[in-house]
Design a protein around this ligand. Sequence first.
Ligand code: NAD
Ligand code: UDP
Length: 336
Amino acid sequence: MRVLLTGGAGYIGSHTAIALLARGHRVVVLDDLVNASEVALERAARIAGAEIPLVVGDAADVDLVRSVLREHRIDAVIHFAGLKAVGESVAEPLRYYGVNLGTAIGTLQAMAAEGVERFVFSSSATVYEQPGPLLREDAPVGIALENPYGRTKAMIESIVTDAAAADGRLQAALLRYFNPVGAHESGDIGEDPKGIPNNLMPYIAQVAAGERERLRVFGDDYDTPDGTGVRDYIHVVDLAEGHVAALEALAPGVLTVNLGTGQGATVLEVLRAFERAVGRELPFEVVDRRPGDAAVSTADPSRAHEVLGWRARRTLDDAVRDAWRWQSRNPRGYRG
Ligand code: NAD
Ligand code: UDP
């Protein structure tokens, strides 16, 4: 298939481009580069040994998306474009609603106008109203969530569902990612957060690289094995392969699937895994809980296996090793 990746220059999109090309699909990226670098795509193209044309522009611009769909004779769209910083979404809700809803609606409108029927959406475990262990896809999803970012994801899921109800030709997948981590095993592409990382893994990577003094562990009094928060960390290359499987399994209607491993790890277990990869201890201190954080969030990944024939194959140690290879080879990310 010829696949358009909106937001495809970003962390998950660039890895997905490689996975698609490895399966013989063709890839075009539309990205406004607000949180990405062209260098990521140049490197992804080199790794894949194929071209990845980049159109720099806004995925909310219906005319632009239409022209890309037409010009490249696109069969399917994977919609990664959007803003993803939870804290920033609390401070700038209008920007988050504008970009996240605007790009989803604009892309869907362009697809309808051009007769493109396949749509895969980057949703998130954050849509679940009640986080917890082994979440199933039929657990309640709400817009009564903690933050505007999560609400945009739940709203877009509803928008896609309504669009599919109105147009029986639409074939959509809502992929609920758990915690994507790691990097391509080449060490050439990976996560490149701007400023101070919000997420655990890139933060530890910067501590390991000596760029941050110590990890702050947000609370050790949760009801978990060591008191620190539990998450389901999924290697970004497994996640990328999940997109390929979802694309190839599309059928009319909406398919909703968790992409996670089903395994939980605590903050301290992630830190220990990183220490093993780096070969030395890393400094940390325990501070107060971060407001809005759940004790536990892990996926029941069985539907993905049943419906997509996909399951995560890589371990947390694999992810940490690959994240460290990327971080140590590219201490300034794509800037340097
Ligand atoms: P990312 O920021 O690296 O990628 C998003 C891309 O979208 C960036 O390249 C950015 O430049 C682009 N973009 C933003 N606004 C745009 C616009 N108006 N038009 C075109 N492009 C635009 O983030 P990521 O981690 O690769 O996440 C990809 C998707 O997955 C996002 O929708 C995110 O919300 C979702 N997601 C991410 C995580 C995670 O932890 N990384 C978890 C769950 C869901
Ligand atoms: N966390 C932490 N220190 C940090 C960043 C995160 O202790 O600097 C914890 C956080 O409380 C959670 C886990 O690490 O238990 C994963 O957090 P992240 O922000 O990466 O993902 P999310 O909270 O979105 O699942």
